[in-house]
Design a protein around this ligand. Structure first.
Ligand SMILES: Cc1cc2nc3c(=O)[nH]c(=O)nc-3n(C[C@H](O)[C@H](O)[C@H](O)COP(=O)(O)O)c2cc1C
Length: 176
């Protein structure tokens, strides 16, 4: 059975991006799901001196191992001030010290959502332009605007947005 990693670029316990990532994954058939929460991989703030003195922390290796073990990744990025959240960027920096292309050419469904009407489009654009240089095979993208208007009871309630997501999930499944 194919296995995928599902996570959000957020450390919020009630992360709306985690909810979206889980919803997207729920449409896959016969795929094993490894759900990760960045709170379970606490890491010091990346610094070159710390890396030289202390090495790469075990949680960075553990997260990197999760990537190695799966056939694909569903990631939904939270946006803070138009960019990656600190917790995600920090993880990204650490794992890039293990492998400069840490995502191992795994197919990825890359998403974002926010409470605002742009749905995290800025962070999604940043990732879309950078990830291909970091070993990501982006096979689908989706941004959900105004999360609290469009997502209710674990589902996207606006039909055209839901159909858009289902098309992207299908592309992702075909790429696994
Ligand atoms: C420090 C901070 C900065 C934020 N900056 C943005 C932003 O640039 N664009 C946006 O749409 N929402 C922004 N938000 C709102 C987030 O989209 C919202 O908190 C959302 O719940 C984050 O996703 P998460 O729940 O998955 O962590 C910001 C929130 C915080 C706390």
């Amino acid at each position: 059975m194919k296995k995928i990693l599902v996570f959000a670029g957020s450390n919020s316990k009630s992360s709306i991006n985690k909810q979206l990532a889980i919803y997207a994954a729920s449409h896959l058939n016969s795929v094993g799901i490894q759900l990760a929460d960045l709170n379970d991989f606490p890491l010091p703030v990346y610094g070159v001196d710390d890396e030289q003195e202390e090495g790469i922390p075990s949680n960075a290796h553990l997260f990197y191992k999760l990537i190695e073990e799966v056939d694909g990744i569903i990631l939904s990025l939270a946006e803070h001030n138009g960019s990656y959240t600190t917790v995600f960027k920090n993880l990204f920096d650490w794992i890039s010290r293990i492998n400069s292309k840490p995502w191992n050419n795994k197919p990825m469904l890359l998403m974002s959502t926010s409470s605002g009407s742009r749905g995290g489009q800025s962070v999604l654009d940043a990732a879309k332009s950078r990830f291909p240089y970091m070993g990501v095979k982006i096979v689908g993208t989706f941004s959900l605007p105004s999360f609290y208007d469009n997502f209710y009871d674990g589902k996207i309630i606006e039909e055209f947005l839901n159909n858009e997501l289902l098309d992207e999930v299908k592309q992702f499944e075909l790429a696994l």
